[in-house]
Ligand binder design. Structure first.
Ligand SMILES: [Zn+2]
Length: 467
């Protein structure tokens, strides 16, 4: 048993600790708000103050890291189109920007989203992206190489290529992303005094302000696309291998884009010259692609990018009321008032997603549909990477309605007691991006093996027997 005075002292100490903790947290929030507003000097001073004033707190530990000569100071939205949980968050970072030059990186970061808004493929899905700026201060502005070492936030350095491409430390970029909530492992890094770009594994690195290469490098880093040019650009060459948009064979039946050839899409074939080599590697078109040197992606790359976008973004943004997995057998009751289900869907720039509703009597379950409803109680948990989800099964029953001409992005189903027989029903709403744009003969996606273009929510409802 604890003696009373000691207990009081303990309570006081705990109380004090609570105050210290919340003061440290508030101070930390203040420092981050300053960084968000571009007041980097003030933010640094506040981090330094936290280190001396609140020693031993987690805030002081993090503030110490942020007080170093080269450091992450915080982050800010550049363009926010929606909640990070259903958007592709691209983090923009600068390396070699000293404290008094960070404002020029902020300006540069504002120039990046418009490049995506103008590019024909990304323009259609622009609202699926957020752009976030990481505030990174570097003690020096140089790029390591040729015997010189500089202290920069991401350790920009010259790669061992004949053109001297710039590189950064991947682990440092990942570390910055881990300090920003809910990112998707995607960064575009600008190395102030570097040249040329590289891209892969989620990170595109751009030398200086060579913004014209951004979409190309993002094609590598985000889309996993390969170079379609045939001139040697010094990336180093191993054996040619099949990729999404390059092949090590000229057999039209076995190239990765064989489905476009089989569908007889004009302009798609097997063209020699890719991966920085004139012979021994093949690309899909002779008309060009961002992955060679033109402004638009070829249809093969475009298809891959749309599928990649939907590996992150669910076509269904939100629904009310809460959806239910198929195994949750607690129905919503339809009483005297109409029961309304609202589904908000994603909105590409020029075409609308297709929304289909089914009202299935309980006896038709589980023969019909419901596959995606297995994740958690709402059917919406499950892996963040939608490629790891299961494809929806086909529902053979006739849908209750199908709306393709609703361009508002808000879809409703109203159920009334007197319009349904008493009993239990499974309501299913499926939303699909047909990738068919007005005036275009071909959809952007021909083959969707993983069912990424489609999503589903389900609800149980019950109509009581009349008394
Ligand atoms: Zn291409």
């Amino acid at each position: 048993m604890i003696a009373r005075p000691l207990l009081i002292a303990l309570v006081l100490a705990l109380g004090m600790q609570d105050d210290t903790t919340s003061d440290a947290a508030a101070a930390f929030e203040k420092a981050e708000a300053r960084a968000r507003a571009g007041r980097y000097d003030d933010a640094r001073n506040e981090y330094k103050r936290i280190v001396s004033k609140y020693p031993g707190t987690p805030e002081a530990v993090e503030a110490e890291l942020r007080s170093r000569p080269s450091a992450f100071l915080g982050w800010a939205d550049v363009v926010r189109n929606g909640p990070s949980k259903n958007r592709i968050d691209v983090v923009l970072m600068g390396d070699g920007y000293e404290l008094n030059h960070m404002g020029s990186f902020d300006k540069l970061s504002e120039d990046i989203p418009p490049l995506f808004a103008r590019q024909s493929t990304f323009r259609e899905y622009y609202s699926y992206f957020n752009f976030i700026r990481a505030a990174l201060v570097s003690a020096d502005s140089g790029v390591d190489g040729f015997g010189r070492e500089y202290d920069t936030a991401l350790n920009g350095h010259t790669l061992n290529t004949f053109a001297g491409h710039v590189g950064i430390d991947r682990s440092l970029v990942l570390n910055v992303m881990s300090r920003i909530p809910d990112t998707d492992g995607l960064a575009i890094v600008f190395v102030k005094n570097g040249v040329l770009g590289t891209g892969g594994g989620g990170i595109a690195t751009i030398g200086g302000r060579e913004v014209k290469t951004i979409i190309h490098e993002f094609g590598h880093s985000f889309g996993g696309l390969s170079d379609e040019y045939e001139t040697q650009q010094s990336h180093g060459q191993g054996a040619a291998r099949d990729g999404i948009n390059v092949a090590a064979t000229d057999d039209p039946k076995s190239v990765p884009w064989a489905h476009w050839i089989a569908a007889k899409h004009p302009g798609v074939g097997v063209v020699e010259g890719a991966l920085g080599r004139v012979k021994g590697a093949w690309r899909p078109t002779s008309t060009g692609c961002v992955m060679s040197s033109t402004e638009g992606f070829c249809v093969v790359c475009q298809e891959a990018l749309v599928l990649r976008i939907y590996s992150v973004v669910d076509p269904i943004e939100s629904v009310t009321p809460a959806p239910q997995a198929q195994r949750v057998r607690e129905p919503y009751t339809i009483g005297d008032d109409p029961f309304e289900i609202v589904v908000n869907v994603m909105q590409p720039a020029t075409h609308s997603l297709e929304v289909t509703w089914w009202i299935l009597p309980e006896a038709r379950i589980p023969e019909s549909g419901g596959a995606s409803s297995r994740y958690g109680d709402t059917g919406t948990a499950g892996p963040r990477d939608r490629r790891r989800r299961e494809k929806l099964v086909e529902i053979t029953d006739k849908p209750a309605s199908n709306s393709q001409n609703n361009t508002s992005g808000v879809h409703k189903l109203v159920l009334k007691k007197n319009e349904l027989e008493p009993g239990r029903y499974r309501i299913i709403c499926r939303v699909k991006d047909t990738t068919k744009l007005r005036g275009e003969k071909w959809p952007w996606v021909l083959k969707d093996d993983l069912g990424l273009l489609e999503s589903e929510r389900g609800w149980w409802v019950e109509v009581a027997k009349a008394p």
